[in-house]
Every structure is written in C-alpha cells, then in structure tokens.
Design a protein around this ligand. Structure first.
Ligand code: PMP
Length: 392
C-alpha cells in the first residue's frame, strides 16, 4: 500500500465529477466552466502554430520567465490609464492555475492564514490545500467582499494573503466595486497582507465600464495579479500570466523553474504570432456578444422556471450565475438523488466552494458552452425539479 504525504487528504471535492458531467452526452451540463468550442479562433491558431514550426528555435528551451515579446504584449494588454506595466513585471505560467500554486508555494507555511471569498473558486482551494493553510471565509455581496468582515479577520488573525476574484467572480459573477477596490488596498496596506488578484474573466464584460485592476491601483507592491488566455483564446493552450513586483517575481520565477522549467516555447511563440497577425480585442468583442446572449437566455429561463424561493445573480460578464436556495437545502444531495437521475442536468453544488462553512444551499451554473435552446431546456428541467423538491 503506497503511503501518501500527510498533507494529502482523500480528495472528494467534486472537481473530477464536474469534468465527467461535461463529457457525458446524456446530460445537459451547466457544471464545467468551459468556453464555447465554436468560438475558438481555430484556423488563426493553426496558422500561428504552422508558422512557429517553420523555425527550429521554437522547439528549444527559452527561459523560465517566458518569451519576452509575448510578455511585452501582455504588459500592453493589461496597461491602463492608472498604470503602465512592463515585461519585467510578468511571468508566463501554465494558465492562471499555476499562478495560484506558485503564490501559495512562495508564501505559505502549514497553518498560515488565507482569506478567501465565500464562496470561491474550487481549483484555487485545490491548489492552496497542498500547503495546508488555515482558511478564513469572507462573505460576498453584489459589489464584492464584505470589507467589515474582512477587517475583523485581519484584526484578530495573522493572514498571509487575501485571495480575490474581483471581476465576474467564480462562482457568483459578482464584481468588486471601485470604492471597495480602493478600500481593500488600504486594508491590505494597513495590515501588511498580500492580495492575490485572480482575474481570468476580466475582459469578458457584457455591459458597463471596466474597473481598474487591483494591480493597477496598487502603490504599495502588495498585489500579485493573475491573468489567462484560457477564456479569451483557448484553455487548451494552458497559457496565463502572473504580474508582481521584481521582489516577488524573482523567487516566483525560481519556483516556476523547479516546477516545470518553463512554459512551452512553441505555444508561447504561436500565441505571440497570433497576436501579431490578428485582432484579439475584436475576437473578445465577438465572444462577449455571444456570451451576453447566452446569459440573457439563461436569466430569462431562470426567471420563468425557478420557484420564487430560489434567487439568482445577474452578472454583467464572465461565465457564471449563482443560485441561492432556502438554507435547509443541500444541493449536493439534491444533485445526486434527484437532479442528475431525473432531470439529466448537472451543476456545481456549493458545499465544496466554502472551505470552512461548507454552505450547501447554492448552485453554480455555467452558460457559455451550450446553445440557447439547450440552455432553455436544461433550465426548464432544473426549474421543474426544484419546484417539486421545494414544495414536497
Ligand atoms: N481562476 C479562476 C477564478 C478560474 O475560474 C479558473 C478556470 N476555471 C482559473 C483560475 C484557471 O484557469 P486557467 O485555465 O487559466 O489555468
């Protein structure tokens, strides 16, 4: 019998279930956070990969920080009125996911405090768990983190970093307001805590004005910020980025080297070529139109079919809508016992998205990878079954 390290807990957080639902053709799955296959710029990426393969240097090692010309383009992409970024502040990663792992690896000793939004992104908990943190949950409102609750935690506990998804949060869809962004930075400075800003959905805004990133507002070098090509190009590329000050970036780059040496030269070069020859902003605009229509369809169907005891969020971007059921309902049990077998619909139940309180009465729904009629049919089936379950 192989003995795992003490810190490895038996894993039953549902992540594998989420992927298996997505691959089951008999189900309508609102579970996984997949972008829409039809919207990948496949032909353009094919051209970019072909052209990369004409030069054998793109099959060579190229350094842990990642391709300079791609880091320069990312720096331009994330620069704004508030702040100009440079390639020297950027590390290329295997998706934003690797940035979560590297940050936790750099900062956490077993037992160290980590503040998370409640609910939060399951994959972040999977990454952090390996470093055995003590989690503190902060409730979320429509305009993001409850800063009074956060301050109480910072006053009474030692915390290494605050993990936040400020734009179109996974799973709730909520966005941190500008005033709260500024107040959060002030709190982090006062208590000398790092903020880990995870923002893979940032560019996927359907309405309203984009808000400055926490990294762009940070004057105290307290923010590590993560971005990704997964939702704006394709997740199969496994390419993301981490933005931090040189003081943090140097050890993070060392850790990246020890982890996987570097990101793929070929993939970094192909994405760089794609950006040289195609208009990423135009592609993002096209996606936002398509996703906005899907979200509108889902919200209209939810309004029509859900029982009134269930409330839902209406985000202005991103991938997810969050349902809140009466406090006594366990949506995990409901999924396994009733919704999967009878309605043939899958969703993410909330218990594992709350690492401390395990609140079980929430549901995360994704709307990006289904067509409008399937979204309607899935919500109809879900609504009917929830109506029956809640009136029994
Ligand atoms: N952070 C959040 C909030 C996410 O939703 C995801 C993807 N579901 C990730 C990070 C990881 O994304 P990537 O594919 O860039 O690793």
């Amino acid at each position: 019998m192989v003995k795992f390290a003490n810190r490895i807990q038996p894993c039953d957080n549902g992540l594998n279930d989420i992927f298996s639902y997505a691959n089951d053709p008999a189900l309508i799955s609102f579970a996984a956070g997949y972008p829409n296959n039809q919207l990948f710029p496949q032909t353009e990426l094919q051209g970019a990969f072909n052209s990369s393969l004409t030069d054998n240097i793109n099959l060579q090692y190229s350094g842990a920080a990642g391709l300079l010309s791609l880091r320069t383009k990312i720096a331009q992409h994330i620069s704004s009125q508030q702040r100009t970024f440079t390639a020297a502040e950027i590390l290329l990663t295997q998706g934003a996911q690797q940035g979560l792992d590297l940050t936790a690896k750099l900062l956490l000793n077993p037992g160290d405090g980590v503040v998370v939004e409640a609910p939060t992104y399951l994959g972040a908990l999977s990454a952090f768990d390996a470093y055995e943190p003590t989690y503190y949950e902060v409730p979320l409102h429509d305009d993001g983190l409850d800063l009074n609750a956060l301050q109480k935690i910072l006053l009474t506990h030692s915390v290494k970093f605050i993990y936040t998804i400020p734009d179109f949060q996974n799973p709730t869809g909520s966005t941190l307001s500008l005033a709260k962004r500024q107040a959060l930075l002030r709190l982090a400075a006062r208590y000398d805590v790092i903020i880990l800003e995870d923002s893979p959905y940032r560019d996927l805004r359907f309405s309203g004005q984009s808000l400055p990133s926490l990294a762009s507002l940070d004057t105290q070098n307290l923010v590590i910020s993560l971005g990704s090509f997964s939702k704006i190009l394709a997740p199969g590329l496994r390419l993301g980025w981490l933005v931090a000050t040189p003081q943090l970036l140097a050890p993070l780059t060392e850790l990246k080297l020890g982890n996987d040496v570097q990101s793929s030269t070929l993939i970094m070069n192909a994405v760089d070529q794609y950006l040289d020859h195609h208009d990423l902003s135009a592609h993002i605009t096209k996606m936002n139109h398509a996703y906005a229509a899907k979200m509108t369809t889902m919200c209209a169907a939810l309004k029509h079919y859900l029982p009134t005891a269930v409330t839902f969020t209406q985000p202005s971007g991103g991938f997810f809508i969050y349902l809140t059921l009466p406090a006594s309902v366990d949506t995990g049990q409901l999924l396994k016992r009733v919704v999967l077998p009878q309605a043939k619909v899958a969703y993410v139940p909330s218990a594992s998205l709350f690492p401390v309180s395990h609140q079980a009465n929430g549901i995360r729904l994704n709307f990006t990878n289904l067509d409008n009629s399937t979204i309607e049919l899935g919500v109809k089936r879900l609504g009917e079954i929830l109506t029956r379950a809640l009136t029994q």
